[in-house]
Design a protein around this ligand. Structure first.
Ligand code: AN0
Ligand code: CP
Length: 315
């Protein structure tokens, strides 16, 4: 594997999930594979889980890891071509990414969307420039429109904990005070549409995701109806795709509560984290027996390790 930016980069999704679960059973089985290989993790935005789980995964494979918080510790990057750099940017992404490729065998990049210009965000301009100019394999650590390591960890978690062959999985919109990217729900949706699950997305009117990511999903606007019989509930806020990056109202009643869980098949509750308590998800859910959010975050290690293993094998 030379690029991990979406589910479409994975030749066999089931095999990757199996590989991750095997690594979970025997984390240090491939310590020689990464010997003398270097992973560089480049963050243009904050992170807890992605940063730590991907480092841990690389260490388990015997790799060396370098982390650059380029937004804080690097030179201000110019992304546009052909401009006179007489403003605040100090270095062009062409040189910066090219240089990183000299130091690393694999590069991970986190680049959130600006949520102002949909065309620019959905073209994955920043992520694609890293891929183009660094000239080594690249793993997305969440880009403008997708978060594939999260979605892989989510699928691993569902495979691990499901009690029926084809579980009902519901992605429900949740309230938030800030406009958040569509990356996590887009990505979760495209992975679920490739998995053997019965998948529904439920949201208030106006929060429909870009249909490129939702082919095969049931779409609903009635949270009670959608949650009925659910085995897994994936809670996430996202801003509108149209008008792009907007919050369309408070919708406080969309926060998941124990009362809403009653109509489910004792559903397990997932969230990618970080989560704002009592805004997106109630204390009673997060502290209750149905929440698997911490277990889910634990599986980020095995998702990253399976991907890095396949990349190391193709170096
Ligand atoms: C980010 C998002 O929603 O994309 C990162 C989630 C992993 N969340 C926030 O900014 C709160
Ligand atoms: N879920 C997730 O990617 O978390 P971080 O933003 O903390 O990495």
């Amino acid at each position: 594997m030379k690029l991990f930016s979406s589910v479409n980069d994975v030749a066999d999704v089931n095999a990757l999930v199996k590989e991750a679960l095997a690594l979970k059973q025997d984390p240090f089985a491939h310590q020689k594979l990464g010997k003398n290989k270097t992973l560089a993790l480049v963050f243009l935005n904050p992170s807890l889980r992605t940063r730590m789980s991907t480092q841990k995964a690389a260490i388990n494979l015997g790799m060396n890891v370098m982390v650059l918080n380029i937004d804080k510790e690097g030179w201000a990057l110019e992304l546009r071509d052909g401009v006179i750099m007489d403003g605040t940017t100090v270095e062009h992404i062409r040189e910066a990414a090219g240089v990183m490729g000299q130091y690393a065998d694999i590069i991970g990049v986190r680049s959130f969307p600006g949520l102002r210009n949909r065309e620019e965000d959905y073209s994955e301009m920043i992520f694609n420039k890293f891929v183009e100019f660094c000239k080594v394999p690249v793993v997305s650590l969440e880009s403008a429109t997708r978060h594939p390591l999260q979605s892989l960890a989510d699928l691993i978690t569902i495979e691990e904990l499901k009690t029926t062959a084809r579980p009902k999985v519901v992605l429900t919109w949740a309230p938030h005070i800030k406009p958040l990217p569509q990356a996590v729900p887009n990505s979760f949706s495209e992975w679920m549409c490739k998995a053997d699950v019965d998948f529904t997305i439920v949201q208030p009117k106006g929060y429909e995701l870009c249909t490129d990511f939702t082919q095969g999903a049931n779409i609903s606007y009635d949270q009670d109806e959608a949650l009925a019989g659910a085995d897994f509930i994936y809670v996430k806020n996202w801003s509108a795709y149209e008008p792009y990056g907007n919050i369309l109202g408070k919708h406080e009643e969309w926060m998941l509560t124990n009362k809403k869980l009653e109509q489910t098949n004792n559903a397990k509750v997932m969230h990618c984290l970080p989560v704002r308590r009592n805004l997106e998800l109630s204390d009673e859910i997060l502290d209750g027996p149905n929440s698997i959010v911490v277990h889910e975050a634990g599986n980020r290690v095995w998702a990253a390790q399976a991907v890095l293993k396949q990349m190391l094998e193709s170096l």
